[in-house]
Write a protein that binds this ligand. Structure first.
Ligand SMILES: NC(=O)c1ccc[n+]([C@@H]2O[C@H](COP(=O)([O-])OP(=O)(O)OC[C@H]3O[C@@H](n4cnc5c(N)ncnc54)[C@H](OP(=O)(O)O)[C@@H]3O)[C@@H](O)[C@H]2O)c1
Length: 272
């Protein structure tokens, strides 16, 4: 099934639309004529996005400033979405931490599980019954290549992304012939913005520029994949290499190798 056609009443929901991949997904959906509900904590950034997209394209953009890490704060959003005609859900909002779990802020680690996994699950549960009964809908879950393998020093993130990767690909199997498409976007590194040489982090320097993909490209190939109901989309050569390595290398071999690399990222975060 291609993507549901945009109508005056239906809406595509994008979480984490105030930055990076989410903002690019919102822009690409608007370019394709879809009216939107955009979600993130920073309402003022979403408001600017609304003004930009509404002036550029013939779409309506509704702003919902919401902290998805808080079950009480996301409850009204879930209730609203369950009652709306949601044509597309892009479950994109996500956060990451680097370093040993024992040294990280427990509150933020719990927030990470809420944003990356529980809220995504809640959002699917809210919109799916409507999509199934209308026999049309599309869900893009933004997991990660990091969800394919154990990653010491990125444990909570890798585990939450493993949840979303597996949930997405399992759900897709249940929805065959239902009219609802489900695609997992499992990227490797995606460059969120241009960075000048002196601002480059350890990972920016380690990964040559030609291996990075940008958010506009990521959004375009992801929505194309969703329209074709592909099981998984992995933009760019590095993400694809990570995907193969993560899926086919024995986990006990992979864990110490990636663990050393992510320990470096943890040091970078501590310095930053
Ligand atoms: N960039 C990469 O290399 C890469 C690679 C693999 C996977 N991914 C995944 O792709 C997704 C987008 O990543 P990105 O790099 O574009 O990230 P980003 O630029 O940091 O954007 C994250 C988005 O999530 C929102 N968000 C964070 N915490 C939130 C909360 N508590 N409630 C509501 N919204 C929240 C942020 O908005 P507010 O701050 O306004 O709330 C922001 O819009 C994430 O799921 C990430 O794990 C990214």
């Amino acid at each position: 099934m291609p993507l549901p056609l945009p109508t005056a009443t239906n809406r595509a929901v994008v979480t984490g639309a105030s930055s990076g991949i989410g903002m690019a997904l919102a822009a690409e959906l608007a370019r394709r004529g879809h009216s939107l509900i955009v979600v993130a904590r920073r309402g003022e950034v979403l408001q600017e996005l609304k003004e930009r997209l509404e002036s550029q394209f013939r779409v309506t953009v509704e702003v919902r400033a919401c902290d998805l890490s808080d079950p009480e704060k996301r409850a009204p959003l879930l209730e609203e979405l369950a009652g709306r005609e949601i044509s597309i859900l892009c479950n994109n909002a996500g956060i990451a931490t680097f370093g040993p779990v024992a040294a990280l802020d427990p509150h933020y680690e719990k927030s990470q599980v809420q944003v990356n996994a529980v809220a995504c699950h809640d959002l699917v549960l809210a919109v799916l019954p409507g999509m199934v009964s209308r026999r049309t809908g599309a869900i893009l879950n933004v997991g990660s290549a990091a969800g394919n393998m154990p990653i010491p020093n990125n444990a909570t993130y890798a585990a939450t992304k493993a949840f979303l990767n597996t949930f997405s690909e399992s759900l897709r199997g249940e929805l065959k012939d239902s009219g609802v498409n489900v695609t997992l976007l499992a990227p490797g590194p995606v460059r969120i913005e241009e960075i000048v040489e002196e601002d480059k982090t350890f990972v920016d320097r380690l990964v040559p520029d030609r291996f990075w993909v940008d958010t506009t490209y990521t959004a375009r190939v992801s929505l194309d994949a969703l329209a074709r109901n592909k099981m998984r989309v992995v933009p760019g050569p590095l993400g694809q290499a990570m995907s193969v390595a993560g899926n086919y290398t024995p986990r006990r071999v992979m864990a110490p190798i990636v663990g050393r690399f992510y320990a470096k990222l943890g040091e970078g975060q501590a310095e930053g």
